[in-house]
Ligand binder design. Structure first.
Ligand SMILES: Cc1cc2nc3c(=O)[nH]c(=O)nc-3n(C[C@H](O)[C@H](O)[C@H](O)COP(=O)(O)OP(=O)(O)OC[C@H]3O[C@@H](n4cnc5c(N)ncnc54)[C@H](O)[C@@H]3O)c2cc1C
Length: 160
């Protein structure tokens, strides 16, 4: 019977199409480590992996299974963007800090690709991003976004 995670609604496409994940024993009170990372999504897995590679004695703990949270159910898109549109961010944070956020996101994307390459993980990466405005009112925001991408981020082509 397919295992239903208590924190995930239904069965994700990833779970439905991949073989069973490995299981790990529950903590019994005897585990020791220098660092305990709580939560085995992308954030915790990456932190634990980096610490382990640096020789730190680390243990990764999850209340469900690794990847049962948002990380195991997301769209798999490696895109550029923030929760706010560029002009909203600039109003709230100022131009420099706003652009810094976009650069951090670009660095994160490079890091992910380097990590996959370094660990020989085939992530079936397809470069490019399609942003679809399904309301005319969004056209202005999309134009601002494409200008920002071309001017401040290492995007080579951007078509409206
Ligand atoms: C439907 C959906 C689609 C998305 N699509 C995209 C996309 O296309 N591209 C993109 O970049 N981002 C996307 N995201 C966002 C992205 O998935 C998340 O930002 C990212 O996965 C967050 O990772 P995380 O490790 O911080 O959290 P999670 O993956 O949620 O991991 C948190 C883990 O912590 C565990 N946990 C929580 N509390 C405790 C506790 N007290 N003790 C022990 N363990 C605990 C949970 O069980 C879980 O495994 C999407 C998100 C969703 C939900």
């Amino acid at each position: 019977m397919v295992w239903q995670s208590p924190i995930a609604p239904g069965i994700s496409w990833y779970q439905a199409t991949l073989p069973e994940r490995p299981t790990y024993p529950a903590l019994d009170g005897s585990t020791t480590a220098d660092v305990a990372v709580i939560g085995g999504g992308f954030t915790g897995l990456q932190a634990a992996c980096q610490l382990a590679e640096d020789g730190v004695d680390v243990v990764l703990i999850d209340t469900a299974r690794f990847g049962d949270g948002a990380s195991g159910r997301n769209g798999g898109q490696l895109g550029t963007g923030q929760h706010w549109w560029p002009e909203e961010m600039e109003t709230k944070l100022g131009e420099q800090r706003s652009q810094a956020f976009f650069r951090v996101a670009e660095d994160a994307k490079s890091h992910l690709l380097d990590f996959a390459r370094g660990h020989k993980i085939n992530i079936d990466f397809k470069p490019g991003q399609l942003s679809v405005a399904h309301k005319e009112v969004w056209n202005t925001a999309f134009a601002a976004m494409s200008t920002l991408w071309l001017n401040t981020i290492t995007i080579r082509t951007c078509r409206l």
